[in-house]
Design a protein around this ligand. Sequence first.
Ligand code: C2O
Ligand code: CU
Length: 435
Amino acid sequence: EQAGHGAHAAGGAASVAGGPGTTDVTALTADPDRPADVRVEFVARQERIDVPGGRTVDGYTVNGTSPGPELRARQGDLVEVTFVNESVVDGATLHWHGIDVPNAADGVAGITQDAVPVGGRHVYRFEATDAGTYWYHSHQVSHVQVERGLLGAIVIEPADPPEVAADAEATALLHVYGGRHTVNGRAEDARVAAEPGTTVRVRVINTDQGTAAVWSAMPFRVVATDGHDVHEPTPIDGERVLIPAGGRADVAVRAPDDGSAVRLHTGGRSVIVGGPAASAPPPAAQPSRTLDLLAYGSPEPLAFGTDDPDREFDYVIARRFGIVDGRPGNFWTVNGRMFPDMPMFHVREGDVVVMHVRNDSGDVHPMHLHGHHVVVLSRDGIAASGSPWIVDSLDVHPGEAYDVAFVADNPGIWSDHCHTLRHAVDGLVAHVMYE
Ligand code: C2O
Ligand code: CU
């Protein structure tokens, strides 16, 4: 079975080997006695959804809409979501993409829980320890359920002021429905009101299966990647920012002093910041130069050393033409193996782990590690020279080799897979497992 990605739910949540005995991952939870600060119910339905332009497509909704409601909490809050599956026939789960939740709350069907059947419910509890921009989505038959809209935005508001203060903020959740680009579920450009001279933080979330580009004719700053603040971000001009599938970029846009509007291109639609209603600057051509986040912002010491890691792993991605389950096609391997025939990366709690990720496959893969955030150390032998670039979703292009590091500080079994979710179904899923 393809855990969380395949056609049907695998049965039985897994166990983690834990010293002499074994620990059921379902024991890895947030403090069960702590009352929730934020408590919501999310009801998933399978239904036809309206696509802008007067068509309907097969899709999924959360509380009646796609994207579902934005989940908002303050840093430190205990969040409790009761997930109800009203009519998703394949079963469904919720995964909190980018949030380092306890393993039992990770929402991966076949690994940390069974898919919730029609008529069933599941309670997720986690502490929102890190501020930032995240999203939730189903992790059951995810290449279908995510593409068809079983998802929504998450914003964790910071307990302390962020490095770049903003006067206002807005969410721009990007998703393609039935071939139509949308922002926050609408096919029109989004508008954010802003007084002249003020700064707006736009939280751009790429929920699609490929890379999204963000650019503007006006300078702007990238103030966070995947929920983590960039240290001393400088204005960028004439470059685009690329957001991997699953990734987020928070950008700070300044409304011009003369009262005019700024157009921020985000994938297929724009976010118009400031200016009089109904006026918008004309579209600008997409720059061909791409901001290199490896050298953006200024350095800051990491909380852990990476010169002498406790574990080092190779994660080599390749392509294999073949026939699997009678289906000929193009499959993806990690270190020569395809999921589920794939050894796990074993770690111990407290380990500093360095992964050498290399892409020999000829196609781009947005790699996503659950439950941890990862710092990018180098690309093709060139060391990071900017702000610590912290990600949970990283585009690895053909021929590229990245060294990334993380601290094993969250026991459990964690997926480390491609977020072009069709690639995950076709083999590109590994797991990090705590001993
Ligand atoms: Cu956003 Cu395992 O996925
Ligand atoms: Cu891929």
